[in-house]
Write a protein that binds this ligand. Sequence first.
Ligand code: NDP
Ligand code: 2IT
Length: 453
Amino acid sequence: MEHIVKPIMEKVTEKNPGEQEFHQAVHEVLLSLDKVLDSYPNLLYHNILGRIVEPERVIMFRIPWTDDQGNLQVNRGFRVEMNSSLGPYKGGLRFHPSVNLSIMKFLAFEQVFKNSLTGLNLGGGKGGCDFDPKGKSDLEVMRFCQSFMTELYRHIGENTDIPAGDIGVGAREIGFLFGQYKRIQNQFTGVLTGKGSEWGGSFLRPEATGFGLVYFSANMLETRRETFEDKRCLVSGSGNVAQFTAEKLLELGAKVISFSDSSGCIIDNDGIDHEKLSFVKELKNVHRGRIAEYQERYPHAEYHRTNPRDASNPIWSQKADCAFPCATQNEINPKDAQHLVENNVTLVAEGANMPTCEEGVQLFIERNILFGPAKAANAGGVAVSGLEMAQNGSRIRWTRNQVDDELHRIMKKIHSTCLEYSKLYSDEGNYVDGANIAGFMRAANAMLDQGYV
Ligand code: NDP
Ligand code: 2IT
């Protein structure tokens, strides 16, 4: 790392001690920016780098709630409002026991560049809490969401900060959060995205991240004159992003052979067809069950119990053409990345945010694997959130086809922008540099225009 970005990285590490995920996300972006900053003295003069790594605002708060036994529980909530140079803060809410300030800041930081790449007027933010929805009743989740919003409402608004879903926050939680916001503010506004389609939600928002990921990946394959027809695909996770990634892959003729959750993974070499995918959707979205139950229903499939501390995850050592990590950060460790490379995988595209460790990213690039980094590849979700905001603002509802056409267009544009910037400043086809540099430039120029704020 060279003279310009090294001191910035050192300062980030010193000022944010112990925040490993945040350091990792910043480090990856700075490595890319190192290749261009010499050509832009103006950005350095105005200390854009020093400013862009510092959140505009961090809100941390207490969430008291009562469980079904009448015990008073307390959780910690966050909203990191990272950058508003391109629009109001926009980004999801994560409910997961692992949530801490480092994870919130890495996600908010990534979101700034991702939202910039969509070409829409969206700033970047992220929030959440260390609440674990697993095993909680609907009423407990509702009381929790109401308490969460009772503090969060004063910081957000349709023109200020518009949260959405992420891990542990889906349609049910967005409904409870929206209901409480409306009750406190006495306003029916587009303050959250991912709403129910009968009360302000956009068609295709649930599908958007997974579908967008596959559209982006199809664009990458096209550069090598290939398609998804008959490709063997590994998908991790079994939540929102994983389900709709699998659905679109099936539509395009690919064979999906895996899913996972935080307890284990299933490998189905016969392929997960539409009927089996419906079983997974019902299992996860309605019964909130474990992926292990897939093997009880389809006994020919393999089930492997896993633990985040395991040396490697069996998913990534399967023979396959394409891999779609759609669960969580750093789920592909150096050993997993090595397995994928040894198996001659053609394409890795990130549905989750930062699912590949830094060594893995470098290895995929060195080996000329088509590698779609999260901030480009999974931007379809926030892009359709942006379209939901546009629909709410004009009080109209687009058809499913209109939204899908727009999603296609946006993903195609992100792909071509990444290629263009990689060609200009790095190696053509290095989508990591392309995404980081293009995402940065748009936000940085807006910051320049807006003075020292
Ligand atoms: P969901 O809560 O719907 O699903 C998350 C899935 O990942 C579950 O299968 C979950 O398993 C698994 N998972 C979560 N944490 C871990 C962990 N620590 N170890 C192993 N598995 C884990 O979330 P989404 O599908 O919405 O999000 C998945 C990823 O996609 C996240 O990285 C998110 O930031 C990213 N993303 C989401 C977008 C969206 O629109 N929803 C947009 C862009 C990115 P279990 O059920 O056991 O918890
Ligand atoms: O990581 C992400 O892009 C999301 N969780 C979606 C954000 C949004 O505002 O739709």
